[in-house]
Write a protein that binds this ligand. Structure first.
Ligand code: G3P
Ligand code: CA
Length: 241
């Protein structure tokens, strides 16, 4: 089994996270998949940005959910990272799906509905994936267990993952009880037993966010199915040594 390497928010070490520039660089680096974060605008358009608030990664202020798409598109999502990326905008989910459709990349859409419970986010995203015929290549994840359950009610044919950074009791039975196919866990939760338990219970295990070579190699040696990294080029070099 070979651990798959997913670019976390794109190649986010060298380009502004969750922009088309970061996704394109990840593809050029030969990442095998891309992880990105989905929030909803005021007019219910899914867009790719990590935080609920635009302040950290754009030249604007305020919440994504208070902007229409037209207003959001006026914001610069590149300059905060480097002048070189001035003019990058927050991508819509449709822009991303259009770009990825003809590329041999897997997708992980993380629904950012654990802070703001965006109404109908699951159905909106599901419909876009169907429209682009991308269900087979996609895994949906969320820190919200309720969201994972809602997704399973909408469709059983789409892979889902519960995300956690917490060392809880009964982690595996809880993940299974949601109907999830995968567990996406923070690196600090990783140990040999977790990998074994996941696989015994037919759960794929993905680990975030793995940026140091020694951590990458531990994930490879333990048999994690996927890692999320800001530096996919380094991860590929380490894995293919
Ligand atoms: O999906 C893995 C990871 O992205 C979850 O944490 O905060 O980077 O979205 P965060
Ligand atoms: Ca994420």
């Amino acid at each position: 089994m070979t651990t798959k390497i997913f670019a976390h928010r794109g190649a986010s070490k060298v380009a502004p996270e969750n922009t088309m520039a970061a996704f394109k660089l990840a593809y050029d680096m030969h990442a095998e998949g891309i992880e990105t974060d989905v929030q909803l605008t005021k007019d219910n358009i899914p867009v790719l940005i990590h935080d609920e608030n635009v302040r950290r990664t754009t030249n604007g202020t305020g919440f994504v959910q208070d902007y229409t798409l037209e207003e959001l598109k006026q914001l610069d999502a590149g300059s905060w990272f480097s002048e070189k990326y001035e003019g990058e905008t927050i991508p819509t989910l449709d822009e991303f799906l259009t770009w990825i459709q003809d590329k041999p990349l897997r997708l992980n859409l993380e629904l950012k509905n654990n802070v703001i419970d965006y109404k109908d986010l699951e159905k909106i995203v599901y419909d876009r994936l169907v429209a682009f015929d991308l269900i087979p290549r996609t895994v949906i994840s969320s820190f919200s267990s309720e969201s994972i359950k809602r997704f399973k009610e909408i469709s059983s044919d789409l892979a889902t993952a519960w995300l956690t950074s917490n060392k809880i009791r009964f982690l595996i039975p809880f993940t299974k009880s949601l109907g999830a196919n995968r567990l996406h866990a923070k690196y600090t939760l990783l140990n040999k037993r977790l990998v074994k338990k996941c696989h015994q219970n037919d759960l794929e295990l993905a680990i975030y966010t793995v940026n140091r070579p020694n951590q990458m190699n531990r994930c490879f040696q333990l048999g994690c199915d996927t890692i999320f990294t800001d530096v996919p080029d380094i991860a590929l070099l380490e894995r293919n040594k």
